[in-house]
Design a protein around this ligand. Structure first.
Ligand code: ARG
Length: 404
């Protein structure tokens, strides 16, 4: 792995500008003898400081990139997940999980461009994210080596600060958060600290995107979401790009306390963990999308799609995004969306998002058939014959076996 000063191999590091990945730049040079290319990727997390890229170079990175991946995240990861109504264990909209394969892909792209032999990321040894990065990377380029400094170096936060001081590495040490968090357009994850006791109610300080029920407005807010082929295209009649629509809905629904999720989930690495999520836009959009589907898709397709959605969610959670199963499931889901176009009306109020209306040119809801008013189109005379046939198997069994 080690080379001479002017022919060193390169490593592409997923760099956030924070303490861990700043220290990692120097650590990779010192401990693996590699030249470091730092890559910072925007998937809609709050913007870091403007100097992060400059600082990476000061610390010693031979090159540093800043990539705005928001649109790609929305088009190729969020929208497919939305079409799948993807909720891991029926609960978690997979916000962190689906950003990881995209980050892995972009790191692999940079590695190709830079001729790098290694990729490094800042994941620890107990989470799902290390699996998603490592498996994502090898799925795209099996020749790349992977280094996870934080899995190897066993430094505490104080050790890292000490390490940085000793080497005059410029770092911005923020106040230590009582939680471990991750954010992107599709949601915010929050774990650790007092949340580790599943009996403890999450304190208000665990939430950043959503108001509490007490603080949220007394008046409900109605929003209309329009979908075309399973994809949201407008909010309250305003056509918007995906990233813009999701960001706006996060703000609006978050203000009404929508999108708080408290989940004891099963991690891929075998343990249970308690996680708090804030996913206002994801919760609204998945609910609206599901409701639109119930208006435009027939019963057998809806029923078959459900286990497909569940499997899709597991595959995404488990870090197998760049595998054939996800691609095949996604092909089925994509095909199912042809008629999923229309408008859904949601009422946001005191933490709840309730669908109160839906309409579509593709609706297969037939009022003429459904109405209980007189003069409907339903053939009442056919009911008796249908029920005779439908119940015949049970009737036959009962005649044979039921005594008395
Ligand atoms: N448990 C979630 C997942 O595996 C989120 C993990 C995000 N990390 C965090 N520090 N909260 O996708």
């Amino acid at each position: 792995m080690q080379g001479s000063e002017n022919s060193r191999d390169k490593v592409v590091l997923a760099y956030s500008g924070g303490l861990d990945t700043s220290v990692a730049i120097r650590w990779l040079q010192e401990n693996h003898g590699l030249d470091v290319v730092a890559v910072s990727i925007d998937v809609g997390q709050p913007p870091g400081d403007d100097d992060a890229i400059e600082r990476a170079k000061q610390i010693g990175a031979v090159n540093a990139y800043s990539i705005d991946a928001r649109d790609e995240f929305v088009e190729d990861y969020i929208f497919p997940a939305l079409k799948a109504n993807a909720l891991y264990q029926g609960t978690y909209p997979l916000s962190t999980a689906i950003a990881r394969p995209l980050i892995a892909k972009l790191l692999v792209d940079v590695a190709k461009e830079e001729g790098a032999k290694y990729i490094a990321h800042g994941c620890t040894a107990k989470g799902n994210d290390q699996v998603r990065f490592d498996v994502g990377i090898v799925s795209l380029d099996p020749s790349l080596g992977i280094i996870a400094p934080m899995r190897e170096w066993k430094m505490t936060r104080d050790d890292e600060i000490e390490y940085a001081k000793d080497r005059e590495i410029p770092i911005i040490v923020k106040k230590e958060s009582p939680f471990s968090t991750d954010e992107n357009l599709w949601g915010r994850s929050c774990e650790c600290g007092v949340l580790e006791d599943p009996w403890t109610e999450p304190p208000e300080e665990a939430f950043e995107w959503t108001s509490s029920v007490t603080e949220s407005p007394d008046e409900p807010r109605y929003v209309e979401l329009e979908f075309v082929a399973g994809v949201p295209v407008s909010l309250d009649g305003d056509l918007m790009k995906g990233a813009e629509l999701i960001a706006a809905l996060n703000r609006i629904a978050g203000e009404h306390g929508v999108g708080r999720i408290d989940h004891v989930e099963d991690r891929l690495v075998g343990l249970k963990s308690r996680e708090i999520y804030e996913c206002p836009a994801a919760v609204c959009l998945i609910k609206a999308h599901q409701n639109l589907e119930s208006l435009v898709l027939p019963r057998d397709l809806l029923a078959f799609k459900q286990p497909v959605e569940q499997r899709y969610s597991e595959v995404a959670y488990d870090g197998l995004w760049f595998g054939p199963l996800r691609e095949c499931l996604e092909a089925f889901i994509e095909q199912s969306q042809e008629h999923v176009s229309g408008v859904v009306r949601l009422k946001l109020h005191k933490g709840g998002a309730t669908v109160v209306g839906r309409r579509s040119d593709h609706s297969i809801y037939d009022e003429g058939l459904a109405t209980y008013a007189g003069g409907d189109d339903f053939d009442h005379d056919s009911a008796k014959g249908f029920i005779y046939c439908w119940g015949l198997p049970n009737k036959t069994v009962a005649k044979k076996h039921r005594k008395g």
